[in-house]
Design a protein around this ligand. Structure first.
Ligand code: UT7
Length: 326
């Protein structure tokens, strides 16, 4: 067991709601198509002046309040994101500035929709190895600024939001019971943002060709997602010597209700144990799992000692599975 304890959770969703009927007026789509193919009904969208660190800040303030800690008490700030405020410095550094604290380590983790589980594991190992005592781990995304609002195949899928956890050393009652991480970079081009990095720096041409937006081969991504979401969850259970009967709640990454249902069927995870926020928020990439953790905890679905199974899949491709004892 990696002896870590989540002592604070928080989340933030922007106020502006765009529902499927709003999208019908923007692109050639229908509420029926989006609902049937994805399970999404609405999503939250940031204001023009908001960036990822602003969302993480709001989530972090709530998580710190629950933990009864001040920003200055934190030893390391980690933000999982694929939609950073700037290419550099990291969103974690912008968040640190907003939290009006300095001195502690701050960096981002880029692992797409699996990013929060990667970051949470990292926080656990940094605490276990005594590098830090208290870590703020956020998952935040502003997907609405990287989707092409003229592309119906992608713009209906994503939403903005952030979740945060304060993680400290545990006395052995709470912790990560098992974890697995994976990636397959050979399939990177099935879901990526082609321009804006050093491979294809921003130019008039890249802007004109809309290469700074999400490019996804949805059907291909779907096929891999259903395989790895399930395998990662099953491996996490097996490595912890547990069965699904032992698990209180399954928190999957939430990109498409059909991916979650297929994962549930393959792994025999009952629907009533699966915590869903997809219909309200869409796919928030690295923010999905921490927002779900916060909502599950605050609605009483998670209590001390409960075993939580989490699995994720995203760009990279990356995937991860974890059993955490609350
Ligand atoms: O976060 C992890 C990464 N992301 C994912 O896991 C997403 C994985 N992929 C998916 O969730 C699904 O593939 C999508 C929801 C993106 C698409 O669903 P699909 O059932 O795979 O549809 P499709 O791409 O095969 O498209 C079927 C049809 C096409 O029309 P034709 O070629 O059959 O005439 C599309 O043009 O649906 C059309 N279509 C739409 N129609 C209405 C695509 N998007 C829309 C839309 N509204 N928004």
């Amino acid at each position: 067991m990696i002896k870590v304890k989540i002592v604070g959770v928080g989340s933030y969703l922007p106020e502006k709601v765009i529902n499927n009927f709003d999208l019908e007026k923007m692109v050639d789509t229908t509420d029926e198509w989006i609902t049937e193919r994805t399970g999404i009904k609405e999503r939250r969208i940031v204001r023009e002046d908001q960036a990822t660190s602003d969302l993480c800040y709001e989530a972090a303030i709530k998580a710190l309040a629950m933990a009864e800690l001040k920003p200055g008490d934190i030893d390391i700030i980690i933000v999982a994101t694929s939609t950073p405020d700037t290419v550099y410095p990291s969103t974690a550094c912008w968040l640190q500035k907003k939290l009006k604290t300095k001195g502690q380590g701050a960096f981002d983790v880029s692992a797409g929709c699996s990013g929060f589980l990667y970051a949470f594991l990292l926080a656990g190992t940094l605490i276990e190895s005594k590098v830090a005592k208290k870590i703020l781990v956020c998952g935040g995304e502003v997907m609405s600024k990287v989707v092409n609002w003229e592309d119906r195949a992608t713009c209906v899928l994503f939403g903005d939001g952030a979740g945060a956890c304060v993680v400290v050393e545990s006395n052995g009652e709470s912790g990560i019971l098992s974890v697995n991480l994976g990636a397959d970079g050979s399939l990177a081009e099935l879901l990526y943002q082609p321009a804006g990095g050093t491979r294809m720096p921003a130019s008039e041409k890249t802007v004109k060709e809309k290469l700074h937006y999400v490019h996804m081969k949805g059907r291909e991504v779907f096929k891999h997602a259903v395989i790895w979401m399930g395998r990662a969850a099953e491996k996490a259970l097996k490595d912890a010597n547990l069965s699904i009967d032992d698990i209180k709640l399954f928190i999957p990454h939430q990109a498409n209700m059909r991916i979650i249902k297929t994962t549930n069927e393959r792994t025999k995870i009952p629907e009533e144990k699966t915590f869903i926020i997809l219909h309200k928020y869409g796919n928030m990439s690295a923010a999905t799992i921490p927002v779900a953790l916060d909502e599950a905890y605050r609605s009483g679905r998670i209590k001390d000692g409960d075993l939580i199974l989490m699995s994720a899949f995203g760009t990279g491709f990356t995937w991860a599975g974890m059993v955490y004892k609350w």
